[in-house]
Write a protein that binds this ligand. Structure first.
Ligand code: SAM
Length: 222
């Protein structure tokens, strides 16, 4: 552990408050979302050698060629779900567990799927250490969703796929939203889909972004 910085919510408190100020400046207005970012110790979900960078607005390596997304994009995606509390959310791409920990503060239930066993195991340990109790972690191909837990009020896809996986749209409640990065591997668009009827969806583009690949049956090939 670094001198002067503790694990858990008591470490990096002022640094985290500054991060929240930057998220506000970036246009995040939802007070509950901002409170979640102030609460969740991102440093505990990255290797200790990277603690000094944990509250910069950058993606960081978490092993297995994957990254924890930058806080700014995590905040944008979380806010885009329009959460009011009580929702059931599916996350595709657990990675470090940071997005899941943020969501856990905002909704009743989070199911998060990761395809790489080593990352799923690290996230399990990290979320347990944070005392997160309402996140269920699954190992598998999240592009197929999780029919057993559907329908979901919201779905967040945290890796970049060629297009929105059809099974995920089918697992969304009417009125629900799906947010994720879709498009070519070298640059995607952050897309928000809303299910407005049994077979009706609207699509909005929220800006450009760059994510690691969404690999699976309804994503990119391995
Ligand atoms: N939400 C993560 C966080 O807070 O750290 C970001 C993780 S990273 C940008 C994307 C993750 O998606 C990687 O861990 C990758 O292994 C995972 N992934 C890619 N394709 C997947 C799939 N089909 N199903 C589940 N996870 C997948």
């Amino acid at each position: 552990m670094r001198a002067g910085h503790a694990s858990g919510r008591n470490g990096f408190v002022l640094v985290r408050r500054r991060l929240v100020q930057r998220l506000k400046a970036r246009g995040i207005r939802d007070a509950r979302v901002l409170a979640a970012f102030e609460d969740v110790p991102r440093h505990d979900l990255v290797p200790e050698a990277l603690w000094g960078q944990a509250y910069k607005d950058t993606a960081l390596p978490i092993g297995e060629g994957q990254t924890i997304s930058a806080p700014g994009i995590v905040a944008t995606m979380t806010a885009a779900l329009g959460l009011t509390g009580g929702e059931s959310i599916l996350e595709v791409g657990t990675g470090s567990g940071y997005q899941a920990a943020i969501l856990s503060r905002l909704v009743s239930r989070v199911i998060s799927i990761e395809r790489i066993p080593e990352l799923a195991q690290k996230a399990r340990v990290g979320l347990e250490a944070l005392g997160v109790g309402n996140v269920e972690l699954l190992l598998g191909d999240g592009t197929c969703g999780y029919p057993e837990g559907a329908p979901f009020d919201g779905i967040v896809v945290t890796a970049g796929g060629p297009d929105v996986p059809r099974p995920l749209l089918e697992q969304l409640k009417v009125g629900g939203r799906l947010v994720g990065p879709f498009g070519p591997k070298d640059g995607q668009v952050l897309v928000r889909m809303r299910r407005t009827g049994r077979a009706r969806f609207t699509r909005e583009e929220l800006g450009s972004c760059l994510f690691v690949d969404l690999i699976g049956r309804n994503g990119w090939a391995v």
